[in-house]
Design a protein. Structure first.
Length: 87
């Protein structure tokens, strides 16, 4: 989270854009985009999916800090071959 001064600078440069759409709308954005979310105002649950695309040269290694590796559902170690376009 940015400090208040940095956040104010971003606001003055770029303003806020609030995506809106009907129920079931999907919002996609680059993960480095500054973003935030107000509390979920509805009585329905909301789900977030996060996908990380990485270079195959940046393969998964054991954590440097001595923590346990992330579980497979968060960090796939089985098949990290490059994506191939379909025609």
């Amino acid at each position: 989270m940015p400090d208040n001064t940095s956040l104010r600078e971003l606001m003055l440069k770029g303003d806020i854009e609030a995506p809106k759409g009907p129920a079931g709308t999907l919002v996609m954005f680059e993960c480095n985009t500054m973003h935030g979310s107000n509390m979920n105002m509805s009585c329905w649950p909301r789900s977030n999916l996060f996908f990380v695309y990485n270079s195959v040269e940046n393969g998964l290694v054991n954590p440097f800090c001595g923590n346990r590796p992330r579980p497979d559902f968060l960090a796939n170690r089985k098949d990290w071959s490059p994506l191939k376009p379909v025609s």
